[in-house]
Design a binder for this molecule. Structure first.
Ligand code: KPL
Length: 309
């Protein structure tokens, strides 16, 4: 099976490395030329959870023209705002039964992919794994958790079982789900409660659980988000606030993906996370002052990277 990792940042590189241990014929693709070049030169180095190091020799490309095999499975891990452009850049390489699996953060991603390649080509996943890009060619596995895969709506088809089997062979705790929309909205609560706060304060995920003030802010953001998500029809459990704190503990050494973005002075996924809650809250007349404040602060930070002295 030809597998293309579309968006081989920290998480994409982790998934690619693990799948390269299976029978899959794997290609990593990222426009981060330094990271791709380092992998080509010296392999991908992973700081594993137990502190050991591992090295993977992987095919890594930084332009779509270098992808020489039509992919059977495209695992989409680009930033949510880059989804459509990234998918458009590789869609001509696909064949009639190529599957696009999104494992991205935030809401609205599978719909963006479907806009390019059609609904029937898209399947959806959600992962609690965490990874940090430490330097070009080097990542840290920052935490482990279940990866669910399913159809955007309805019961799992045989292709879902095949993809889950492949992920499991690669070493992931992978499960088939018939409730992917629900799981994506549950993962959204995790990102709402961890990403912006860690990005704004420079802390790693574990400090959300450790520091009273960070935990209180996280809980307040998630409580608002649960109200909005319920109003949208998702049965989010009340103990979700505790589960977010549990994920922060389980990925304690990880710097959240948004934290890594601001560390690199890059645009973040705020619009698909806290910003999405604010937008939906406005539509349904549900106040979201905590998420609004977090969103504004991240936007100010993003602006400072590009247009302020
Ligand atoms: O999804 C994540 C992210 O950083 O975006 C978590 C699960 C919070 C891991 O860091």
């Amino acid at each position: 099976m030809n597998v293309l990792i579309l968006g081989a940042g920290a998480m994409g590189s982790l998934v690619g490395a693990r799948l390269s241990r299976t029978e899959a014929n794997l290609i990593l693709f990222s426009t981060d030329r330094h990271h791709m070049e380092a992998i080509r030169r010296e392999g991908l180095h992973i700081e594993e959870l137990d502190g050991s190091m591992s090295r993977y020799d992987l095919k890594a490309v930084d332009t779509p023209g270098e992808i020489d095999a039509p992919p059977d499975l495209v695992i989409v891990l680009v930033k949510s705002y880059a989804t459509q452009t990234a998918v458009a850049s590789v869609k001509d390489l696909r064949h009639a039964s190529t599957i696009f699996l999104t494992l991205q953060n935030g809401v609205g991603n599978w719909e963006r992919i479907a806009a390019e390649v059609g609904r029937e080509s898209v399947i959806v996943g959600s992962t609690a794994e965490g990874a940090t890009l430490v330097a070009p060619g080097r990542i840290r596995h920052g935490g482990t958790g279940v990866t669910h895969v399913g159809e955007p709506h309805g019961p799992p088809s045989p292709r879902i079982h095949a993809v889950v089997e492949l992920l499991a062979k690669g070493g992931f705790e992978a499960r088939v789900s018939s409730q992917m929309e629900q799981l994506i909205w549950e993962k959204l609560q995790v990102n709402v409660g961890i990403n912006a706060i860690t990005a704004l304060t420079g802390i790693r995920n574990g400090a959300i659980a450790q520091l009273e003030e960070a935990q209180a802010l996280s809980r307040a953001a998630v409580q608002e988000s649960i109200k909005v998500s319920r109003a949208r029809g998702f049965a989010i459990r009340e103990d979700m606030v505790d589960r977010v704190i549990a994920v922060a503990r389980a990925t304690a050494v990880n710097r959240s993906s948004m934290g890594q973005d601001v560390d690199r002075r890059k645009r973040t996924e705020i619009d698909a996370i806290n910003g999405a809650i604010v937008r939906l809250g406005e539509e349904m007349n549900i106040p979201t002052p905590v998420n609004w404040t977090l969103t504004q602060l991240i936007k100010i930070l993003e602006a400072s990277f590009t247009c302020l002295q």
